[in-house]
Design a protein around this ligand. Structure first.
Ligand SMILES: NC(=O)c1ccc[n+]([C@@H]2O[C@H](COP(=O)([O-])OP(=O)(O)OC[C@H]3O[C@@H](n4cnc5c(N)ncnc54)[C@H](OP(=O)(O)O)[C@@H]3O)[C@@H](O)[C@H]2O)c1
Length: 306
């Protein structure tokens, strides 16, 4: 098991910390001494996570803050409340995610659900938290992508993309966008000589609630796709699945690195550096995607660069 370096004095924000890899990452980081903000859509599940962490490790410093990444107004409120507190953010872990199985689901703002939650929400959050991140000595942004990014396709400038041929196409598209976002942020940080490191990670195939997270948009019931049916048989435990995220968040930074499991097909196994899928290797595409994120969310680095 990866042994985290001492995280005392670091403030870490983890999105989706009420379940799965986010909850496990928050727990491990708190035990390693970090002050952790659980950025969650359900205050109740966030509080349950907080209590569990504190029960296991009473000195833990853990707070719950509500944010619905599928709602840009909520993302702005969350970031602004942290900004008002003024404490520099050392690490932002863009971990939350939904995976819908085919039927198009939309947010109240009319965005496709995977795109809104996984990409637009995290894009807006990252850009809006930049001032706090840039006040930290060695800030880091970890964005959690997926093997699915390899089959992701998107068309820039299209609010209602064509139907995806794959049932998980909308998810793949959003995870590709997150991976490109991480790459572009890394290049921006280098170009602007920021001390910020942007890296990405994926947890391979890990047993979590991922296949149920669309439930609130489906009247409380999520449809289970074929991947969900395979998970109990093939997926690794969350204590293993979280490791690439923890390595990305705490090991010596390699700007633009992508961490994942090193076993066959990167589905499981010890953490290693993994190759970017072909779909995520073009800096031009990453820059266009970034511009798209700016246009769609109204958040731009230039609003916040010091
Ligand atoms: N599990 C895998 O095999 C796998 C593979 C590749 C990538 N990933 C990625 O790993 C990350 C973590 O997923 P997981 O597997 O740990 O699944 P999970 O157990 O379902 O956790 C997802 C988390 O995201 C939160 N979330 C969903 N929608 C949100 C929203 N609108 N606003 C704020 N939070 C929201 C969920 O909150 P609730 O608790 O309220 O539902 C939950 O805490 C995701 O980015 C996922 O794409 C997972």
């Amino acid at each position: 098991m990866y042994e985290l370096p001492d995280q005392s004095g670091r403030l870490v924000v983890v999105t989706g910390a009420s379940s799965g890899t986010g909850r496990e990452a928050a727990r491990r980081l708190a035990v390693a001494g970090a002050e952790v903000v659980l950025a969650v859509r359900s205050g109740e599940r966030g509080e349950a996570t907080r209590q569990k962490i504190v029960e296991e490790h009473p000195p833990s410093k853990v707070r719950v803050r509500r944010v619905d990444l599928a709602d840009l107004a909520s993302v702005r409120d969350f970031a602004d409340a942290l900004t008002a507190e003024g404490r520099p953010v050392d690490t932002l872990i863009n971990n939350a995610g939904v995976m819908s199985t085919g039927r198009r689901l939309e947010t109240p703002d009319g965005w496709e659900l995977n795109w809104a939650t996984n990409f637009l929400g995290h894009f807006a959050l990252t850009v809006r938290l930049l001032p706090l991140l840039l006040r930290a000595a060695a800030p880091r942004v970890v964005t959690v992508s997926s093997l699915a990014a390899a089959v992701g396709r998107f068309e820039v400038g299209v609010k209602r993309p064509r139907r995806h041929l794959l049932p998980y196409g909308a998810y793949a598209r959003s995870k590709l966008a997150e991976l490109l976002m991480a790459q572009h942020l890394s290049l921006v940080a280098l170009a602007r000589e920021w001390p910020l490191t942007s890296v990405a990670a994926h947890p391979g195939f890990t047993r979590t609630n991922l296949f149920l997270t669309t439930a609130p948009y489906e009247g409380g019931r999520s449809r289970r796709g074929w991947i969900a049916r395979l998970a109990p048989l093939l997926a690794q435990d969350v204590t293993a699945g979280v490791e690439p995220i923890l390595v990305a968040a705490t090991a010596d930074p390699l700007p633009g690195a992508y961490y994942g499991p090193g076993g066959p097909f990167s589905l499981a196994g010890p953490t290693t550096l993994v190759r970017l899928p072909r779909s995520a290797r073009s800096p031009d595409v990453a820059a266009r995607l970034w511009r798209e994120g700016e246009l769609l969310t109204g958040e731009s680095i230039d609003n916040y660069d010091r």
